[in-house]
Design a protein around this ligand. Structure first.
Ligand SMILES: CC(C)(COP(=O)(O)OP(=O)(O)OC[C@H]1O[C@@H](n2cnc3c(N)ncnc32)[C@H](O)[C@@H]1OP(=O)(O)O)[C@@H](O)C(=O)NCCC(=O)NCCS
Length: 154
């Protein structure tokens, strides 16, 4: 089946991120986000029944992940990232598609999130998947950067 994932890589399998893998999530967060979630933050979130963390492994390591929380009809994305070594291979696309299925299974009717206005990669990814920009939140992030609010039906 062609799900958009590139040739020349292990067949990606989406599954739940285990508690023991959160240190790998924290390491990617530190590498890629100005305000990364700590291992303690991630553990607290992971233990919350509202939270789902989905991941894909490649070469025996966590290559990409997506975290979201379902509150009634809304599934709110906490963060998603792909380790720099595994980018542009369709992993984030796969996780967002599977995340939408999981969110719907859990009763959500839409997904939403806030993306830094400078984050061309994430905005390109989401718009290609059919997400819509529904507004902006000025100075949303602690460093003063504004957020684009994005939304998709699941
Ligand atoms: C954004 C991010 C998650 C994308 O992960 P990825 O696994 O490389 O994404 P995909 O391979 O599924 O990309 C699918 C499409 O998204 C768009 N896209 C992805 N990265 C892009 C980039 N750097 N610039 C422009 N468009 C991009 C493209 O349309 C791409 O399709 P293409 O490769 O055929 O051109 C990754 O770059 C990342 O981890 N960034 C840092 C963390 C982050 O910003 N997370 C989002 C905020 S929570």
């Amino acid at each position: 089946m062609n799900n958009g994932v590139r040739d020349g890589m292990e067949r990606p399998v989406v599954r739940r991120v285990e508690l023991a893998e959160l240190a790998q999530v924290a390491a990617v967060e530190r590498d890629v986000f100005p305000q990364p979630l700590s291992l303690a933050d991630l553990t607290r979130l992971w233990l919350d029944p509202a939270t789902s963390y989905l991941g894909v492994r490649q070469e025996d390591r966590l290559a990409a992940y997506l975290g979201f929380q379902v509150f009634g009809a809304t599934a709110h994305v906490i963060s998603n990232a792909t380790h720099p070594r595994y980018r542009r291979r369709g992993l984030a696309t796969l996780l967002l598609r599977r995340g939408a299925v999981e969110a719907r299974r859990r009763g959500a009717r839409w997904l939403m999130g806030e993306v830094r206005t400078s984050n061309v990669a994430q905005l390109g990814l989401l718009l290609r998947l059919g997400w819509r920009v529904v507004g902006t939140c000025p100075q949303f992030f602690a460093d003063g950067e504004s957020a684009v609010v994005v939304w998709d039906r699941v």
